[in-house]
Design a protein around this ligand. Structure first.
Ligand code: NDP
Length: 292
């Protein structure tokens, strides 16, 4: 029987810890503040931004949503970032990805004050992750995956881990976390040029799938007793669903789950952790701003 790792429950636990920290900060007159910048009207981005702002309100965080039109210039977005960098009420800033094509996303990320970069995408925070300097901010999704592994009692030390995907927001930071002194795993990072991916995956005690392809990881790629963390969120058409689509992960859950010792479902696995870790990073930023 495989354990289904309940991301909602772990996220609630993280948010309960956050709630306590928020109360402590409030006794010192500090209200952690998160600013979310949304450029354009991408429907999925609107949903993500809405849920981040709602979660902040529920927890008593100060949040600010800044919406810019789809034809906003790069300079307009930069100006907003500079204002937020200078605003003492704002401890965390994120610019929702992907922005429209006229915006140079890398340059925007570099313009965010690294001390407010709660997404953990600024080069300074990427370097701190590689250096295992805990003053930096770890990207929320891989940080959430590590917490899920911990809460599920998965021993990462000495484990063979295969991360499928090498993006800067999931795959690479996930690999760094797994190989860090906290993770101590032996890590292989696979991507679209990897040869014999099936064989590579079959060696894994832990598979983290961050590919962006629905149900890509099939039962033949997974060894008996492996732990599978499914980061993928993919919409697939489903005429029987109310919205005309349903969400599936990067793992063919129904055939893979029976082989695993533990697995995350989609939805309800990694997804809820991402927002919980964002709130956690914002609180860390508020705490660190007091010490600065
Ligand atoms: P990217 O598209 O940036 O990266 C996908 C990675 O998968 C790339 O490294 C790519 O390789 C690799 N890949 C693609 N096809 C193959 C293949 N056939 N074989 C092996 N590797 C392959 O995606 P993200 O990292 O941003 O996101 C991955 C998934 O996670 C998506 O479904 C996304 O929606 C989801 N996601 C979920 C989050 C959550 O909160 N749960 C947060 C962020 C993302 P190459 O580099 O060679 O192109």
């Amino acid at each position: 029987m495989s354990t289904i790792i309940d991301g909602k429950a772990v996220a609630e636990k993280v948010l309960a810890e956050c709630g306590q920290q928020i109360e402590e900060l409030q006794t010192r007159g500090v209200v952690p503040g998160l600013a979310v910048v949304l450029v354009g009207d991408d429907p999925a981005s609107k949903v993500y931004v809405g849920s981040k702002v709602r979660k902040c309100a529920e927890l008593g965080l100060h949040s600010r949503k800044i919406e810019l039109p789809a034809d906003a210039t790069h300079q307009q977005v930069l100006d907003v970032v500079h204002e937020l960098n200078a605003d003492p009420q704002i401890h965390g800033i994120l610019v929702q990805s992907p922005p429209p094509p006229q915006i140079d996303e890398d340059a925007i990320v570099r313009a965010i004050d690294p001390a407010k970069d709660v997404d953990g995408f600024h080069p300074e925070n990427v370097a701190k992750l590689a250096l295992e300097d805990s003053s930096g901010y770890v990207p929320c999704t891989p940080a959430g995956c590590m917490r899920l592994l911990k809460e599920a009692g998965v021993e990462t030390s000495g484990a063979e881990a295969v991360v499928i995907g090498r993006s800067m927001i999931v795959g690479k930071p996930m690999a760094l976390l797994l190989m860090s002194k906290e993770g101590n795993a032996t890590v292989t990072v696979a991507h679209s040029r990897t040869k014999d991916l099936v064989e590579v995956c079959r060696r894994a005690d832990i598979i983290v799938a961050a590919i962006g392809r629905p149900e890509f990881v099939t039962a033949d790629m997974v060894k008996d007793g492996a732990v599978v963390i499914d980061v993928g969120i993919n919409r697939v058409e489903d005429a029987s669903a109310k919205r005309g689509y349903r969400l599936v992960g990067d793992v063919a859950y129904d055939e893979v789950a029976p082989k695993c010792s533990a697995i995350t479902p989609v939805p309800g696995g990694v997804g809820p952790m991402t927002i919980a870790m964002l709130i956690s990073n914002t609180i860390k930023a508020a705490c660190q701003s007091q010490r600065a």
